[in-house]
Design a protein around this ligand. Structure first.
Ligand code: AMP
Ligand code: MG
Length: 326
């Protein structure tokens, strides 16, 4: 089993030492838990890919303390990035820029660009401060499966990895992955919706292109099926939920807003109506539903579409795509 560690000063210093030695450390961020490696250490980066089972063409996000650390991994830091960083860092916004000359290509899966983000979680910031350089980290889950929002989720996903240290900073406050915005072209483009809504980016940058919900070659993490539980999952509108459930004989588990709609033999997990609380709860609810090993997971489509709801809809779409690997 991995080792869950409370983030004392000593534990943070030890984790920074492990990173320097080329080891992997899982740590809390405000979005989801990350599986961290030294950005400049090729064998540590390779271990992250191997542990995750992540496809070799899928680049990692470099986590930095601030714009000064970001400049060490990007080739150019222009006025647009500076404005975004001033407004949204530290926080759930990842910026894609041309990769710096000193960064090994392995850290970006060979891509000439690099995704950078300054996380806001105090544990992540203490670790970055102690390490003193960029930490590349994908979400700390096996590839394609639901992202982890607690240290226990990480320990369950990597139960067979005895040398993994997990710094336990408690449950993630945001609970879904960062917004990814590509600043390499003339017009900024959102590759993945997240907690920073596109409206907020437009307020800072003016024109921003919206993401395509289906697979985009520009960001492999946006494959149609991703963030998915093992149990087949289906999205159903609230208005047809009752009739859909009546038509099913085998028991299913339903992520719904009102438990009264769900009658035996089906089970319910009641979801919060607030977008913030829904996002923070979603991955734990999907994991809980998965662990029930029922025939299917039915998810009531949240009716709202503003703010961070588009990011939630994006994750729900991907969690409920067909089972074919993409
Ligand atoms: P994860 O770390 O699992 O949250 O996934 C990282 C996300 O950032 C994925 O959607 C990646 O495709 C995306 N990403 C990372 N690096 C780049 C890059 N250089 N260009 C475009 N997207 C990137
Ligand atoms: Mg991920």
């Amino acid at each position: 089993m991995p080792r869950l560690v409370q983030p004392t000063d000593e534990a943070i210093a030890q984790a920074a030492r492990l990173l320097r030695e080329g080891q992997i450390v899982a740590f809390t961020t405000e979005t989801v838990y990350g599986l961290g490696a030294d950005t400049f250490n090729v064998s540590a980066i390779e271990r992250v890919y191997q542990l995750k089972g992540r496809p070799a063409r899928n680049p990692l996000i470099a986590h930095v303390l601030d714009p000064a650390q970001a400049r060490q991994v990007v080739a150019q830091w222009n006025e647009r990035c500076q404005r975004l960083a001033e407004r949204f860092w530290p926080g759930p916004l990842t910026i894609v820029l041309p990769r710096g000359a000193l960064v090994p290509p392995a850290a970006t899966a060979g891509w000439s660009t690099i995704a950078v983000r300054a996380p806001a979680h105090p544990l992540a910031r203490r670790l970055l401060g102690a390490f003193g350089s960029s930490i590349s980290a994908p979400s700390a889950n096996r590839w394609g499966f639901v992202s982890p929002t607690t240290a226990r989720h990480v320990a369950e996903d990597f139960a067979d990895v005895d040398d993994l240290v997990i710094l336990d900073g408690g449950p993630c406050e945001i609970g879904i992955e960062s917004t990814v915005v590509d600043l390499c072209g003339a017009v900024a483009r959102v590759l993945r919706p997240g907690a920073v809504a596109i409206e907020h980016l437009r307020r800072v940058l003016g024109k921003v292109e919206a993401p395509q919900i289906t697979a985009q070659a520009a960001s492999p993490g946006t494959w149609a099926r991703h963030y998915a539980p093992h149990t087949p999952a289906e999205l159903v509108d609230g208005s047809s939920l009752r009739s859909r459930l009546d038509a099913l004989d085998a028991p299913v588990v339903v992520l719904c807003f009102d438990a009264d709609v769900v009658a035996a033999p089906h089970c319910s997990i009641v979801m919060p109506g607030s977008a913030k609380v829904y996002a923070a709860r979603l991955y734990d609810a999907l994991r809980q539903a998965d662990a029930m090993h029922l025939e299917q997971i039915i998810i009531e489509t949240p009716p709202q579409t503003q703010g961070i709801w588009p990011a939630i809809h994006d994750r729900l779409q991907r969690a409920t795509q067909g089972n074919e690997e993409q």
